[in-house]
Design a protein around this ligand. Structure first.
Ligand SMILES: Cc1ncc(COP(=O)(O)O)c(C=O)c1O
Length: 377
C-alpha cells in the first residue's frame, strides 16, 4: 500500500478537471489573442473561467488576473505595491512562505522598503496589538500576512486584520494559497486588496493560479510584453490551466461542506490515534482552533530515528513532508519551526489530507509510525 499524506504540497488532479481540460488540448488550439473564430472560442473559454472564479469569490471578473501560480501572484502583489503605490514600509511575519519572505527581504536589501516583523506566539498566532503598534508608528504600509501557514496550518483572523489595515490606510495582501477552495471567501466583505491562488492545491493543474486585485488598487504590469490579462501580464495564456482551475474551483465549492467534514474527521482521528499509540507525541501550531483542517503537524519524541523519520516513512509507503527546526545556523531546517522555537531535537512531520484521503490510509500510516517508534524509541 502507498499512502499520500502530502496534500499541502500538492494534490492529485480530479479526473473531472482533466475532462474539462482535454478539449482545450485536443481541439480548441487557437491563440486567444487571435481575432478569428479559432481564437475567439478560446478567448471565450478563458473569460468564462474568469467569471466562474469571480462569481465564487463575490468579486468582479475584472479583479481576477491569471498567473502561473501562487509564487507569481504573491510576487506581483508585493513588488508592484512597492514599485507603484509609494509604499516604503512592509509588515510581515517570520513564518510566511519563502515566496513572500524572500521577496520582501530582497526589497529591503535593495533599500526600497523597511521590513518589520509582527510578533507571534509559540503557536504562530499573530499579535494584533503589536500589528497596530507597527502600523501606528509608520507611514503608509503594506501588510503581507498569510491566511493559513502551509507547515503548521494556523489561521490568520483575516477579517480582523483587514479592519486594522483599513483603520491605518494600509495595503493588505494575504497569501491564500493554502485556504483558497478550502474555505468560502466573500472578498467583497473583507478589507483585503490582494489574495493569491494556486490551482494544484485543490485538485487543479499545476502552473496556474490567479491574483485578485481589488479594483481600488491601480498597479502597473509585472510581466511586460503583450496585452493579455488586460495589459497586466504579457504572454499567451495557459488556456488548459485556466479552464482546469475554474473547473477545480467549481467542484471544490460544490462539495465544500462535505469535504471539510470528511477531512476534519480524518485529522481528528489521526491526532487521537497518534496520541493513544505513540508516547510523547505533541502537535506544532494549534491543533483545531484557528487551524487549517487539511494540515496536522506532528512533533515526535526525540529518538535515534529522528534524522531518518521521513525517509523511513517513505520506505514504508507513507509520503509526508518534514522540516525540523534548525539547531545551528548552517543547517537548513524549517524556518517556520525555527521561528516558533520548536525543540530541534524533536522531529516534526506534516501530514496533510485531501478529499481523497481515507480512514484506511490513516490507519496504515499510524501502524507504520507505531512500528517505527516501537522498535527504536
Ligand atoms: C502558502 C503558499 N504560498 C505560495 C505557494 C507557492 O505556490 P506555487 O508553487 O503554485 O507557486 C505555496 C506552495 O507551496 C504555499 O504553500
Amino acid at each position: 500500500m502507498k499512502v499520500y499524506l502530502d496534500n499541502a504540497a500538492t494534490t492529485p488532479l480530479d479526473p473531472a478537471v482533466l475532462d474539462a481540460m482535454l478539449p482545450m488540448m485536443k481541439k480548441h488550439f487557437g491563440n486567444p489573442s487571435s481575432i478569428h473564430a479559432y481564437g475567439r472560442e478560446v478567448r471565450s473559454a478563458i473569460e468564462n473561467a474568469r467569471k466562474t472564479v469571480a462569481r465564487l469569490l463575490h468579486v468582479s471578473p475584472s479583479e481576477i488576473f491569471f498567473t502561473s501560480g501562487g509564487t507569481e501572484a504573491n510576487n506581483t502583489a508585493i513588488q508592484c505595491t512597492v514599485r507603484d503605490l509609494g509604499i516604503r514600509h512592509a509588515i510581515s511575519s517570520k513564518i510566511e512562505h519563502h515566496n513572500v519572505l524572500h521577496t520582501l527581504e530582497e526589497l529591503e536589501k535593495e533599500g526600497k522598503i523597511k521590513l518589520s516583523f509582527v510578533n507571534l506566539d509559540s503557536k504562530g498566532t499573530v499579535d494584533l496589538n503589536h500589528l497596530e503598534e507597527l502600523l501606528k508608528d509608520n507611514a503608509r504600509t503594506l501588510v503581507s500576512l498569510m491566511h493559513a501557514n502551509n507547515e503548521i496550518g494556523n489561521l490568520l483572523p483575516i477579517r480582523k486584520v483587514g479592519e486594522i489595515c483599513m483603520k491605518y490606510d494600509a495595503i493588505f495582501h494575504s497569501d491564500t494559497v493554502q485556504t483558497m477552495c478550502h474555505y468560502p471567501f466573500d472578498l467583497q466583505d473583507l478589507n483585503v486588496h490582494f489574495v493569491s491562488c494556486a490551482a494544484h492545491k485543490f485538485h487543479g493543474p499545476k502552473g496556474i493560479g490567479f491574483l485578485y486585485i481589488n479594483s481600488k488598487i491601480k498597479i502597473q504590469p509585472f510581466i511586460f510584453g503583450g496585452a493579455q490579462e488586460r495589459n497586466m501580464r504579457g504572454g499567451t495564456e495557459n488556456v488548459y490551466g485556466i479552464v482546469g482551475l475554474a473547473k477545480a474551483m467549481e467542484i471544490a465549492y460544490e462539495q465544500l461542506d462535505e469535504h471539510t467534514a470528511h477531512i476534519v474527521g480524518l485529522k481528528k482521528y489521526m491526532a487521537e490515534q497518534l496520541q493513544e499509540h505513540i508516547h510523547g507525541v505533541e502537535f506544532n501550531g494549534s491543533l483545531f482552533d484557528n487551524c487549517l483542517y487539511t494540515v496536522l503537524n506532528v512533533s515526535f519524541p526525540p529518538s535515534d530515528i529522528s534524522e531518518m523519520l521521513l525517509f523511513n516513512l517513505d520506505i514504508s509507503g507513507v509520503a509526508a513532508s518534514g522540516g525540523s527546526a534548525c539547531s545551528s545556523g548552517s543547517e537548513v531546517g524549517s524556518h517556520v519551526l525555527t521561528a516558533l522555537k520548536v525543540n530541534p531535537e524533536r522531529p516534526s512531520v506534516r501530514f496533510s489530507f485531501s478529499k481523497y484521503t481515507t480512514k484506511d490510509e490513516i490507519d496504515f500510516a499510524v501502524a507504520k509510525l507505531r512500528e517505527l517508534f516501537a522498535v527504536k524509541v
